[in-house]
Design a binder for this molecule. Structure first.
Ligand code: ADP
Ligand code: ZN
Length: 740
């Protein structure tokens, strides 16, 4: 029986065609091939090998096999297939993520050089003869004889030597070979990294390490591990030692971090621990050049780089013999890709681990409720680190009530409370440092009363209502409930109900007046535009050239500053009242992470949280570092309203520069989705997105929920396939969406 190769043609148009495989050619899925396309020859990737239809004569033969062995391993091909089905995107779009462009196309190749190697010792008689008759050959042999390993790049032997080299090769004195040279992304400008020695683990860490190692030893029977360790509990040390043991067993290791540029310290700790095997470490950042990416990819594929650190897309790193995947800060939203394919890096890591099979560890101080739920249902295994490894106690967290009605403040709500100001002054006097953290102002605006802290919420969904200026209404973005904008607080009748918000710049202005003696540094999207700005600002702060660091979410991640003893959170509420059922979870995570920045050295830490909703569970449980308490009440809320992790939640968005057309398209889709909806799927209404208008485009969305993911994806895909969309409307489906 004849077989065809189903080939994804390289290029922007995502074409897939079948080609007959010539007799005798061993074409496997994942190999690249050369195929005829119209009048030209193109490159493509074999997606699968399918048996040919008997009566199919029109199929052309493929021209050549480029890779004798598949570029994409069978496991990665299987993973790609799963992603395409689960997230409802084309396999082509996934393959594009799995194989970097520089590897897929033939435009890039390894950088090589020719080297000359002395093949055998040359006797003195010959040398003497050559000296007289062929001085160039004599010179080459002399140079090679003196060189390390008796070999040199041909370029280093001087020009005009090719004839002499050929003669020497022919006479058997030397060998000429092609050597690949690596474009090393770290080759220049990086400080020397000193090797760090493993620490003696405490009991908890040892138990955690043992669990990880038994999973590495028997991945087939191991569950994914959720390592829940409070900030500073020494999770990273457990990762490092587990990685070392896996490498010692001859396996390779994949480390995923939320974002390379925001986690420089984690990356540095890995580099330091494995400094002695620097050539075996690959760091995949987004600003690698195409050539560097090509080299790193092939170093990984060949098993030369055996430990890979990277963000989301590194989950597709082609490591052979994968023994362990570590997902650091597994709760981070940046693991979800916000363009097609919209996969979640953590979930794909778990899946890949099952396919390989290999061990997988998800680590966090504030796990996502999805992962937590998977522990409760027995899919994952929970491992805990409850103590700080450095012997420090958890920082003291104080909550300051900023409501006007609390009687402590008069007039407009202040940016800085007396408590926080005094605490800052004390730190300055003692020569200690502080971090001030400002919740990023979201685009979605909710109404909050400055007197009593009341926030207008949907009565059906318990999420904050969003203010829409155009029609002066409050809208629930989950169910579509609408209400008028109240003039007075519905709770306390105070007219002070309003929207609020201020930026880091304003904070700096106010603080410079209150604390003229202090030196401030600001980290936000505005000040970080310059290249290396983040690194420079953090280095200056570390060297204590500045006293107070003011920043947004960017400073919440794994930073470690021993001299920081005070962390102030200026507006703990702001992230709380966005129209998203994860608002509370995010606030809890953020506060816990930020609080973990205080007291990392020998000095005790203090955290001051300013808020208009002091009794909010997210704030109270974060204050007590109580993940269990928090998750218990949050899970109850999720279960009651059928939100994830108790259901899958997806968003279908339509956007266009024509408002009416975007809305109308989505209404058409809604209508079709409502016909023959499979059981268990809850279809929301067509609503303007919280961010109705951005980049000149209008957005509308439908939220869909379902107990099971696949039927939901299939239903939406089927409707989309049957619908012809207008050219100027873009429709996007986001399964397990994180943004609403
Ligand atoms: P996490 O990643 O859980 O936030 P880290 O790995 O950053 O915690 O550890 C916090 C601090 O404790 C670091 O300074 C680390 O060097 C130190 N540490 C970790 N494990 C130990 C240990 N077993 N003994 C002493 N100090 C440790
Ligand atoms: Zn609602």
């Amino acid at each position: 029986m004849r077989v065809n190769a189903r080939v994804l043609i390289d290029g922007p148009s995502e074409l897939v065609f079948d080609y007959a495989i010539p007799v005798g050619l061993d074409v496997k899925p994942g190999c690249r091939v050369r195929v005829p396309l119209r009048k030209k020859s193109s490159i493509g990737t074999v997606l699968s090998v399918v048996s040919a239809d008997q009566f199919e004569f029109a199929v052309r033969e493929l021209e050549a096999l480029i890779d004798p062995e598949p570029l994409i391993t069978p496991v990665l091909l299987k993973t790609a297939d799963w992603i395409a089905n689960y997230y409802g995107c084309s396999i082509e779009s996934v393959i594009r993520s799995v194989l970097p462009e520089s590897v897929r196309t033939e435009e890039h190749s390894a950088r090589t050089r020719r080297i000359a190697i002395l093949a055998k010792a040359v006797d003195p008689v010959t040398m003497e003869r050559l000296e007289k008759r062929a001085p160039r050959q004599h010179a080459i042999l002399t140079l090679l004889g003196a060189a390390t390993d008796q070999q040199l790049p041909v370029a280093d032997l001087g020009e005009g030597n090719s004839a002499s080299l050929k003669s020497l090769e022919k006479a058997g004195w030397i060998r000429l070979e092609i050597e690949e040279i690596r474009r090393d992304p770290d080759a220049d400008g990086v400080e020397e990294i000193l090797e760090s020695k493993p620490l003696d683990l405490n009991e908890e860490q040892q138990r955690a390490l043992d669990e990880v190692l038994s999973a590495v030893a028997d991945p087939e029977h191991a569950k994914p591990l959720l390592l829940l360790g409070v900030t500073g509990s020494g999770k990273t040390e457990v990762y490092l030692q587990a990685a070392r043991r896996a490498l010692d067993l001859g396996k390779t290791v994949l480390v995923l971090v939320p974002e390379i540029s925001l986690t420089p310290q984690t990356v540095r700790r890995f580099k330091a621990r494995f400094a002695a095997m620097q050539q075996e470490v690959a760091v995949l950042h987004s600003n690698l050049s195409q050539g560097e990416r090509f080299d790193e990819w092939h170093r990984i594929r060949k098993g030369i780089a055996r430990i890979v650190i990277g963000a989301r897309s590194a989950v597709f790193a082609p490591l052979p013999d994968l023994g362990l995947i570590l997902v650091d800060e597994e709760h981070e939203n940046s693991y979800k890709q916000d363009v097609v394919p919209r996969y979640h890096g953590r979930d794909v890591a778990v899946l890949r681990a099952a396919f390989e099979p290999c061990a997988v560890v998800l680590g966090s101080a504030t796990p996502s409720l999805e992962s937590w739920h998977n522990c409760e249902s027995g899919k994952y295994q929970l491992v805990r680190l409850n103590q700080r490894a450095d012997g420090q106690s958890m920082p003291l967290v104080r909550v300051v009530d900023m409501r006007l009605g609390s009687g402590k403040h008069k007039g407009a709500p202040a940016i800085l409370s007396d408590k926080l100001r005094t605490a800052l002054e004390q730190r300055l006097e003692k020569g200690e440092q502080s971090i001030l953290f400002l919740n990023r102002r979201g685009f979605a605006r909710s109404l909050q009363c400055h007197a009593c802290g009341h926030v207008c919420q949907c009565p059906h969904c318990a999420v904050a209502l969003t203010y829409h200026r155009t029609d002066e209404r409050l809208i629930c973005h989950v169910c579509g409930y609408q209400s008028i904008v109240p003039r007075k607080c519905p709770e306390c009748r105070d007219p002070g109900i309003a929207m609020q918000g201020y930026g880091t710049q304003r904070v700096e202005e106010v603080l410079s007046k209150v604390l003229p003696q202090a030196k401030f540094a600001r980290i936000d999207a505005d000040t970080m535009r310059r290249k290396n700005a983040l690194r420079d600002t953090l280095n200056a702060f570390k060297a204590h050239k500045t006293d107070v660091l003011i920043g947004t979410q960017m400073i919440a991640k794994g930073l470690h500053f021993p001299n920081v003893t005070l962390v102030g959170i200026l507006n703990a509420d702001l992230g709380l009242h966005v129209p998203d059922f994860r608002a509370g979870e995010r606030t809890f995570q953020l506060l816990t992470q930020v609080a973990g920045r205080a007291g990392r050295g020998d000095l005790a830490g203090e955290v001051i949280v300013q808020t208009f909703t002091p009794h909010s569970p997210s704030i109270q449980y974060a204050r007590r570092h109580d993940f269990d308490g928090y998750s218990e009440q949050e899970m109850e809320f999720r279960s009651q309203f059928s939100f994830p992790p108790y259901a899958h939640c997806a968003v279908l968005t339509a956007r266009s520069t024509h408002e009416r057309r975007a809305e109308f398209t989505l209404q058409t889709l809604h209508h079709r989705l409502a016909e023959n909806t499979p059981a268990g799927i809850v279809l929301g209404e067509v609503l303007p997105s919280p961010l109705v208008r951005s980049h000149g485009q209008f957005r509308f969305q439908i939220t869909l929920r379902s107990m099971r993911a696949r039927p939901l994806t299939r239903h939406v895909q089927a409707v989309l396939a049957k619908t012809t969309l207008p050219d100027d409307v873009t429709v996007v489906f986001d399964m397990d969406a994180l943004n609403f």
